[in-house]
Write a protein that binds this ligand. Structure first.
Ligand code: MRU
Length: 341
């Protein structure tokens, strides 16, 4: 039977149970977090990853932080510690701030705090389903779609964003085929998006990142749909490294590039992409992508490993959210959406 989604995390009454994404697709195993430090490490080491899922995980982290703290000062320190686990995905701060509000208002009432974390998880799945309905309307009949990294169910509490849009359009009979960029160096496209697409029964082809340009030039791609880690008020978007290059090629050959993300990914405090912090990760991710000790380059070579890049708003055709599709000019239309909220 075809799978519809994945359960990426759940609270079992004592601990947060998380599908360990470092091991997929070969091993499907769960990892456990029972305190704030475990949650911090799960996010930092990418047991869980993807902006919305990082936010959901951190929400449960706030529950542990409240449980462990003797006073509000200690609690707030732990919340800041959680936010520092990964710098680019704004969903992390968004979720911690939302949880903090409930925690302070309720005087650190653990029941109330846990309920809010469960609500954030539930709302994430609902938002993904809604944005996917909007996004599917942008996909034309008989389309071949390209995606980068993993913005599927595995990157969220369930269903997915960019892959959610593709899945919805496929279920409506509009998607002929999907190309998945392998996404160096952590290979989220190869390991996770391929795995999801196969399980959903969607015809998919895995490509090295560098093959995308040729497919776009040769008119083999009708639309590109990707996720986001942080969207600035002018529409500039941080997403997995390689998205910027893809957007330049897409624009040169007039292929639409859509960003699919919940409103929790919009940073209403940041005017433009140059203000978004870009995470640089360990050099070993590039030298030893499988983490097996078999280096693919000399161990003393200098390495630059930015995890994200900024796609400028002029390369983005539309931003798909759970409240509707935002078209350029983004600066006006993001503001309108916010004011409507
Ligand atoms: O480093 P990762 O795997 O957390 O990066 C994930 C991405 O860049 C995704 O495209 C983004 O978070 C959106 S996930 C719905």
């Amino acid at each position: 039977m075809r799978r519809e989604s994945f359960e990426t995390l759940y609270f079992d009454g004592k601990q947060l149970v998380m599908l360990d994404q470092r091991k997929l697709p070969n091993v499907s195993e769960y990892a456990y977090a029972a305190n704030t430090a475990d949650i911090y490490n799960a996010i930092k080491d990418m047991i869980v990853r993807g902006a919305p899922l990082i936010g959901c995980t951190a929400a449960y982290g706030v529950y542990f932080a409240a449980k462990e703290s003797k006073n509000e000062e200690e609690f707030l320190r732990k919340c800041d510690y959680l936010i520092s686990s990964r710098p680019t995905a704004v969903n992390l701060k968004w979720a911690v701030d939302r949880m903090k509000n409930v925690a302070i208002k309720s005087n650190l009432d653990l029941n109330e705090i846990l309920k809010e974390a469960e609500r954030i998880k539930k709302e994430d799945i609902e938002a993904n389903l809604n944005l996917s309905k909007y996004g599917a309307s942008l996909i034309k009949e008989n389309s071949t779609v390209l995606t980068h990294c993993n913005a599927g169910a595995l990157a969220t509490a369930g269903w997915g964003t960019a892959v959610g849009v593709i899945k919805m359009a496929y279920n409506q009979g509009k998607v002929k085929k999907v190309y998945a960029d392998e996404t160096r160096p952590r290979l989220q496209g190869a390991r996770l998006t391929s795995y999801e697409l196969i399980d959903y029964g969607i015809p998919a082809t895995l490509i090295p990142d560098s093959a995308a340009a040729v497919l776009i030039r040769d008119k083999k791609i009708d639309a590109i749909v990707v996720g986001a880690d942080r969207i600035a008020l002018n529409g500039d978007t941080a997403n997995k490294i390689g998205t910027f290059a893809l957007s330049v090629i897409a624009k040169a050959y007039s292929v639409p590039l859509y960003i699919a993300a919940p409103l929790s990914t919009i940073d209403f405090n940041i005017q433009s992409g140059d203000l978004i912090p870009i995470e640089e990760r360990d050099r070993m991710e590039v030298l030893d992508p499988q983490g097996c000790g078999d280096l693919i380059a000399p161990k003393n070579i200098d390495v630059f490993n930015p995890s994200f890049d900024i796609t400028p708003n002029e390369n983005i055709s539309a931003i798909i959210t759970e409240k509707g599709i935002i078209y350029p000019p983004f600066i006006e239309n993001i503001k309108k959406l916010k004011d409507r909220d």
